[in-house]
Design a protein around this ligand. Sequence first.
Ligand code: SF4
Ligand code: SF4
Length: 319
Amino acid sequence: MEDLFREKPSSFNARLHKGRIEILQVNVGKLCNLACVHCHVEAGPAKMRENMDQKTAEAVIRFLDRFKIKTLDITGGAPEMNPRFRFLVTEARKRNVHVIDRCNLTVLFLEGQENLAEFLASNQVELIASLPCYLRENVDKQRGKGTFDESIEALKLLNCLGYGEKDSGLVLNLVYNPVGPHLPPCQAELEKDYKERLSRDFGIIFNQLYAITNMPITRYEKYLRALNQYDSYIELLNQSFNPVTLEGLMCKNTLSIGWDGRIYDCDFNQALDMEMRNGKPFTIFDLNLKNLEGTEILTGNHCFGCTAGAGSSCQGALQ
Ligand code: SF4
Ligand code: SF4
């Protein structure tokens, strides 16, 4: 059992430890066709430099083999824009590794990605797709004008291929994150609303909704500060600290790999350059996973973003 807070803390000082690593989450880079205001990796169309190369992608596959990892979770940026994306997917699938693609949906309509949806379906890639709201105004406000309509078209295309259909083996999960500086509402209730609205308005189906709390770091921190809402948001996260969420935190069973092969406890630590090290940084090229179990996770006040309210992780609420 972790050390738990007895009272609501003002700084995050819970001691967390790595458990058995079950998921390798690989951030292949910061290149993205969008530049959303809440983006904790500060991705965007100009981020050409920070992207995974072939040598590192091959090291990822060797790592899957060596440590018998069963889930590869590929994120970015828009991970599909990295030329190594399809290599990672096909090599992982050859090994029967479950692959997750964190997809912004609009990427399906980029030049050069015409057969992307079919590629994902034929490899039975699970999609975790961002759709911060079922209302056009809110999505366009957070992700850019026209994003909602393109996302809806992408979801229809994915449904046509069988994504979201029960027993099709093609899983389509959606991600909600708040448009304003507040916590997500109840995930189950929101999923019901999403299913009703998307089905009624557009005939769209999907499997699950993940409600994710916005992290007050990097680009979202700057956005909140510009609106003079940073301090009140931090206060809200602190005051909403829920010790029950500590048990299920994703940093315990996930290892996060950066575009250059460096290793982190989670994608948020990666965005903050809080790399795992033992004298020198661990990398995918030389890491022995067995040495990690039981080691202490690097934490900071941003961890309140994962532990507020119902908790938050890349798989949605923790409670
Ligand atoms: S949140 Fe996702 S879609 Fe938006 S800029 Fe960041 S990586 Fe791209
Ligand atoms: S930000 Fe969240 S996932 Fe990352 S170390 Fe902190 S609690 Fe764990």
